[in-house]
Design a protein around this ligand. Structure first.
Ligand code: PLP
Length: 442
């Protein structure tokens, strides 16, 4: 396949930085990143919907820092508010009004939040939600969806990285510790269900319900396919949780961007606890765990020792709090609707291109999120969406093609839009995909 697109890409300075990075970072970079062969694209700056790399190439950015930047790059109201703050101190051991402002905004919008605590990342938010559920129920078990990503807490990871040789019987998937070195005992406390498998819920809960603290659910888990839940799946999960005295924990670190009131509200779910992150920090590190006041009281320390201490040197730092508040204030209900319309246009444009050509692809997602699968049949869960090696190669060819056409498309992962994008940008995404489908494979 010809991936040279409209113009050859100069990569000389990215090569230069990667050579420096290779001497100091394992694998050359400092986090699992959106690698691009032969070297990652090093970014010089961001501007609205676009990024400029160190070689002067300009790209439409469909990564938005792993779906964080709902307004794209350098959003002026956030930049101004943060600039104003920088001269007055960026972090204190004492509380500030800024944490209350953001907390009130979240509680006003998100039905699941009566009380909230801020942390520094989505990983921490999920970790503290699990810890809170355990402290509240006195149980240790977790039920979670196969393949879903919930950050790097050991118990949130088990069952995330399954593959066909390890995932076991579909009716009782294995809870595999995600990575070598994780104590195997972690898996003893994790039971895995398949996304959208309504019958599987009670089958699993009958086994483990009595020792389960929480069901951890992302309403549209991106790594498990970015697939919308079937109408009755989340409701069945909620009913099973209630029946077994298990708390329902919604991981909305990513999917809070679905609507003004978040994803659970959109899908009719009423979680006891919710983990948030990404967009609520306005481009700065953040996480939040919120929920019913009686459950959140495990963190309370006004009457002596809390059941569950929760600190964090940078938790609720004013920069993240102010940036988050300003970014979220700009996300009015109208802004969410506008973003959803843009998402609908992109998804239907991609689908039309597939229908027109009969190419073996499908599209999933909702609101401002979409994912392209190199499979004719749209997947319904992690297993049916699991790519073969040939499909992985197609994903790579697709994101390379986009790269050479000036668009950063995540490779085999969720892509997202921002309020900085226009109908012109949406057209560019659809046209590029359409051209890819008409380009003969090598
Ligand atoms: N949960 C979900 C659903 C996520 O998508 C992510 C990050 O991508 C996390 C948790 C972890 O968040 P963070 O990377 O901020 O630790």
């Amino acid at each position: 396949r010809d991936i040279s697109g409209d113009r050859p890409l100069s990569r000389a300075r990215s090569h230069h930085f990667f050579n420096r990075g290779r001497k100091i970072f394992p694998s050359g970079v400092t986090r699992v990143t959106v690698e691009r062969q032969p070297v990652p694209v090093y970014i010089a700056r961001g501007e609205g919907a676009y990024v400029l790399d160190v070689d002067g190439n300009r790209f439409l950015d469909l990564n938005n820092n792993f779906t964080t930047l709902i307004h794209g790059h350098g959003f002026l109201p956030v930049a101004d508010a943060v600039a104003d703050l920088l001269h007055r101190g960026t972090c204190f051991s004492n509380p500030t009004e800024h944490e209350i402002d953001l907390a009130e905004l979240l509680a006003e919008r998100i039905p699941a939040i009566e009380h909230v605590r801020f942390v520094n990342s989505g990983t921490e938010a999920v970790m503290f939600a699990i810890k809170a559920a355990r402290a509240f129920t006195g149980r240790t078990g977790i039920v979670r969806v196969e393949g879903a990503y919930h950050g790097a807490y050991d118990w949130a990871e088990a069952g995330q990285a399954s593959s066909p040789t390890r995932w076991g019987d579909g009716s009782r998937p294995n809870a595999i510790p995600a990575y070598r070195g994780t104590p195997p005992s972690v898996a003893d406390d994790v039971a895995v269900i398949r996304f959208n498998d309504v019958e599987g819920i009670e089958r699993r809960m009958a086994d483990v319900g009595a020792r389960t603290a929480c069901v951890l659910i992302d309403p549209m888990p991106s790594r498990a396919g970015l697939i919308e839940p079937k109408a009755d799946f989340l409701q069945a999960l909620q009913a099973a949780a209630h029946k077994h005295g298990v708390l329902l924990v919604a991981d909305e670190v990513l999917n809070l961007r679905q609507s003004y009131r978040g994803a659970s509200a959109r899908y009719g779910l009423e979680p006891d606890l919710i983990a948030c992150g990404k967009i609520i920090g306005g481009g700065f590190p953040v996480g939040a765990v919120g929920g019913r006041a009686n459950v959140m009281s495990v963190f309370a320390n006004d009457k002596g020792k809390p059941l569950l201490p929760q600190g964090g040197t940078f938790s609720a730092n004013p920069v993240s709090m102010v940036a988050g508040r300003v970014a979220m204030e700009a996300m009015t209900e109208e802004a969410f609707h506008g973003l959803e319309r843009l998402g609908d246009n992109v998804r239907s444009g991609l689908q039309n291109a597939i229908d027109r050509t009969g190419a073996p692809f499908s599209v999933s997602g909702a609101a401002s999120l979409f994912r392209i699968h190199p499979k004719k049949q749209a997947p319904s869960d992690y297993r049916s969406g699991y790519p073969t090696q040939a499909e992985n190669d197609i994903n790579t060819a697709l994101s390379d093609y986009f790269l050479h056409r000036g668009i950063l498309l995540p490779n085999g992962a969720a892509a997202c839009l921002s309020t900085a994008m226009t109908a012109y940008d949406a057209d560019a995404v659809v046209t590029t995909f359409s051209d890819f489908l008409s380009t003969p494979a090598a």
